[in-house]
Design a protein around this ligand. Structure first.
Ligand code: SAM
Ligand code: ZN
Length: 210
């Protein structure tokens, strides 16, 4: 466990500041919280994960140890912002860094400095192995072996107007992803119990009104 933790800490980019710069206790500096000489990440990544290059896109999140079904893999942290703020202020500066948590609410870093401390690097896959518990917690939807890329399906988190080409490479790839994929009956069935809570509520309401 100690070596996994050490490995994980290497992957949280620039997470450690010199003890000369930080006090022993908690303090605030440049907008980030320091504790015991370290900048505190805004998000949580399991020590069983690491960030490295992905064949899907850029960097991805990978398992470096076996992970059991329903184990917590990551928790997204940041600021809670509305869609207007995200689209007008955050995305142009930081790129895609958010997770949607309700119709008009997102969790995201808001400064360059916060970006690395909030990013989870989980890519989308149409054959995802992570699902949601609540709105910000990512859990394993099945047992995951060390070495596998940790992915979620944006259908589990997003209710939006986009349409984008998928590069996940899975045999069951949908090729085109839309922000309304949560409405697809086959995905509602496959991801039952793993949708973001705000989408699960909509799916429930949908089913009961039919
Ligand atoms: C939060 S980032 C994930 C981490 C990203 N790979 C990186 O290195 O920063 C989400 C972005 O990754 C890319 N991406 C992730 N999964 C993808 C997929 N299956 N197909 C195409 N692009 C994908 C898209 O550009 C998307 O906006
Ligand atoms: Zn795909």
């Amino acid at each position: 466990m100690i070596s996994l933790q050490a490995e994980h800490e290497r992957n949280v980019v620039a997470a450690v500041v010199s003890t000369a710069e930080a006090n022993d206790g908690a303090r605030r500096g440049e907008g980030l919280l320091y504790l015991d000489g370290k900048m505190l990440p805004l998000s949580y990544l399991s020590p069983k994960t690491e960030v490295r290059e992905s064949e899907i896109h850029g960097h991805g999140l990978f398992a470096i140890a076996d992970i059991a079904k329903d184990e917590v893999v990551a928790v997204k942290g940041g600021h809670i912002v509305d869609r207007k703020t995200l689209r007008e202020k955050i995305t142009p500066q930081l790129g895609p860094v958010e997770i949607q948590i309700d119709d008009d609410l997102f969790v995201a870093p808001v400064t360059d400095e916060e970006r690395e401390f909030s990013m989870l690097y989980s890519n989308h896959s149409c054959n995802a192995n992570l699902g949601m518990r609540g709105e910000i917690t990512f859990v394993a939807m099945r047992d995951i072996r060390a070495g596998e890329e940790l992915t979620h399906d944006w259908a589990m988190t997003d209710d939006d107007g986009y349409s984008v080409e998928c590069k996940c490479g899975a045999p069951n790839c949908r090729k085109i992803l839309t922000g309304k994929d949560w409405q697809r009956p086959e995905l509602q069935k496959r991801y039952a119990g793993y949708f973001s809570a705000y989408l699960a509520r909509k799916i429930g309401a949908h089913c009961h009104s039919e």
